[in-house]
Design a protein around this ligand. Structure first.
Ligand code: B4P
Length: 215
């Protein structure tokens, strides 16, 4: 089964994708994670990507499609969760082509609905371990009281460079302008499934599970 998780920044796409990997053994392809890897690589492309991401803008279609194309050349046997991809109509067309060329199809597009106030609250509450990348959130999974990462024990917590109010404003504008047209695109193909993204992480996971089991 191949699915897309679609939603605004902070909707919980990455959070729910990790749950689906644990529960169903699917492969998570997160363009956000791939781009964060590219930015720490120190290459010219990585430097360009870092500047775009920090400003809250979308990285060019050419770069992002190239990254996905490369990953789809490998074995994707158990099904793929596209997390944060596609984010533009050009990316959606490219994905349809890539899947077709691999003899694969897209099963569902899970659209996660969350209002802007909740998105801002979630994103400004997020931090990550500077050593291992474990994600914390003041609302759902706060940093342990002893100040040490639950995964690696380090005490170096950081905020993602694009998790500030200024970048977030741009990220939301980019979403409404360039990504939200995908809702109509996939609705017209009969692939769109709405899931409420508000509520506890477990509740959202249960709604996605119910939808996938029913489909
Ligand atoms: P992403 O990495 O995709 O980041 P995101 O939009 O912030 O994430 P997501 O929805 O996954 O939220 P998360 O689960 O982490 O993109 C970052 C940047 O990369 C983009 O701005 C862009 O520049 C670039 N990019 C990525 N893909 C691209 C593409 N295809 N084309 C062009 N550019 C691209 O959740 C957020 C927080 O909320 C977390 O702290 C989490 O713990 C918390 N949370 C999750 N669910 C919750 C719940 N139910 N209740 C309370 N809190 C919750």
């Amino acid at each position: 089964m191949n699915i897309i998780l679609l939603g605004p920044p902070g909707a919980g796409k990455g959070t729910q994708a990790r749950r689906l990997v644990e529960e169903r053994g699917m492969v998570q392809l997160s363009t956000g994670d791939m781009l964060r890897e590219a930015r720490v690589s120190g290459t010219e492309m990585g430097k360009r990507v870092a500047a775009i991401m920090d400003a809250g803008e979308l990285v060019t279609d050419e770069i992002v499609i190239g990254l996905i194309e490369e990953r789809l050349r490998g074995d994707i046997g158990g099904g793929v969760i596209f997390d944060g991809f596609p984010r533009t109509l050009a990316q959606a067309d490219a994905l349809a082509d890539l899947l077709e060329r691999n003899g694969q199809s897209l099963d569902h597009v899970v659209a996660m609905e969350v209002n802007d106030d909740a998105l801002v609250a979630r994103i400004t509450a997020r931090s990550t371990c500077g050593n291992c990348g474990e994600v914390y959130n003041d609302i759902t999974s706060p940093i342990p009281a002893d100040g040490k990462c639950r995964n690696c024990g380090a005490s170096d917590f950081r905020r993602r460079a694009d998790d500030n109010e200024e970048s977030l404003k741009t990220r939301l504008m980019e979403y409404y302008k360039k990504t939200s047209p995908l809702i109509g695109y996939y609705h017209a193909k009969g692939q769109l499934r709405w899931v409420p993204g508000l509520g506890e992480i477990d509740e959202v996971a249960a709604s996605i599970k119910e939808m996938l089991d029913r489909a």
